[in-house]
Design a protein around this ligand. Structure first.
Ligand SMILES: Cc1cc2nc3c(=O)[nH]c(=O)nc-3n(C[C@H](O)[C@H](O)[C@H](O)COP(=O)(O)OP(=O)(O)OC[C@H]3O[C@@H](n4cnc5c(N)ncnc54)[C@H](O)[C@@H]3O)c2cc1C
Length: 357
């Protein structure tokens, strides 16, 4: 066990955040490549090995000025020189010592629900849970994933429920989010933070909480989305354009019953999702976690009637939020078809065949 003292500065941190310094006792992992710095080890074992999920948990903790960023994938320019060799990145990377997750995970309650206050991808329960958490005073910030005109993901730090009138915050964007690269700034500036992510991202959040007290204390809710796979924006954008999708007119993208559906203001483009097989990123091909088992609450569309979200409540705090939603009649509730969820869980587990032992 060694003690590392690391300044919490970074490209996206605020001036006051830049002054903050955290100190932690660390168990520095073994370097498989002894002559390389820790980022070099992450690069060799995860990024270059093609198993990086691009969750960007590493970017949440890298203390080097202009360190790990998320420009176009995971980037650390001149890491040989600039990496501080503190080991923070490999401590939180969910793929460095990869233990693939699967199953439905542990839960307190599983339900189908539809928000009466908000509209979203399915039952808008992701939005409802985080909005209720703000209303209850549990969090004062939630990092939502929005989008630009070309449907590139953007990050939005929601501080007040009224900000949810921004339509671009709603719904699923089938490309990688960089939300975790802003989580450090969020925890330094807030009392309580909510974050939304795909299974790999919430596994990263779990590691952050295990390794760093600051994240343990401040990240109150991690919402995991059910996920089969995600895509690189460049590749998906080019593919959809080829299919005739006009991004100026695009209002919703969805994958349902094996079909990718792009809904535009003047029509729809639909095609079998299997056509996207070629552009499934290598990091997703080794992922076996459909249900985001490391989240405090997982939300998806399968298992519920159209217009409802399937909600898997895993933490006592989220249970309190669901009870609050019930008491206030903020949502309609229904039944979950567990068989359907389990079918997807099993299907995704088959990807373990792609993991090199
Ligand atoms: C890449 C991807 C694949 C998915 N695959 C499946 C699947 O196979 N089966 C299934 O049942 N469900 C899947 N989902 C989840 C589903 O599409 C809905 O997001 C979920 O049902 C929540 O719906 P809602 O109406 O409750 O959410 P909303 O209330 O509409 O909120 C959804 C929130 O998710 C966040 N978000 C959007 N895109 C991203 C992103 N790329 N990364 C991180 N956060 C994001 C936004 O902040 C948004 O506010 C997937 C989601 C993603 C992002």
């Amino acid at each position: 066990m060694a003690t590392a003292r690391v300044g919490a500065s970074g490209a996206s941190a605020s001036a006051s955040a830049a002054e903050a310094v955290s100190e932690w006792r660390v168990r520095l992992p073994e370097k498989p490549f002894k002559d390389l710095k820790y980022f070099g080890n992450l690069k060799a074992k995860v990024i270059d090995a093609g198993i990086c999920s691009r969750c960007l948990t590493c970017a949440a903790v890298c203390p080097a000025p202009e360190g790990i960023t998320a420009v176009d994938g995971v980037v650390f320019e001149n890491w040989e020189e600039k990496c501080l060799d503190c080991g923070a990145c490999v401590r939180v990377c969910p793929r460095f010592e990869y233990e693939p997750k699967s199953g439905l995970g542990e839960y307190l309650e599983i339900l189908a629900a539809r928000s009466k206050r908000f509209s979203g991808q399915d039952g808008a329960m992701v939005t409802e849970i985080l909005a209720s958490a703000i209303e209850m005073g549990i969090i004062d910030r939630a990092i939502f994933v929005g989008r630009d005109e070309a449907w590139r993901t953007t990050n939005f730090h929601l501080r007040e429920i009224e900000q949810l009138s921004l339509k671009t915050l709603r719904g699923t964007k089938y490309c990688y989010s960089t939300a975790l690269s802003e989580l450090r700034e969020a925890v330094l500036r807030s009392k309580g933070v909510g974050v939304i992510g795909t299974p790999c991202m919430v596994s990263g959040v779990k590691k952050l909480r295990e390794e760093f007290p600051l994240f343990r204390e401040k990240v109150k809710i991690s919402v995991g989305l059910f996920c089969t796979e995600n895509f690189h924006w460049e590749e998906l954008h080019a593919f959809l354009k080829e299919k005739g999708v006009s991004f100026e007119k695009l209002v919703k993208t969805d994958i349902t019953k094996g079909q990718f559906i792009a809904t535009m203001t003047d029509g729809e483009v639909t095609f079998p999702v299997s056509e996207l097989e070629e552009i499934i990123p290598s990091g997703c091909r080794v992922c076996t976690d459909f249900a985001a088992v490391d989240a405090d609450v997982s939300v998806g569309s399968v298992g519920s009637a159209p217009g409802f979200s399937t909600v898997v409540v895993r933490s006592a705090l989220v249970k309190e939020i669901i009870d609050y939603i019930r008491r206030n009649k903020y949502a309609d509730f229904g039944d979950v078809m567990l068989k359907v969820v389990n079918k997807m869980v099993k299907l995704k587990k088959k990807r373990e065949a792609n993991i090199k032992k």
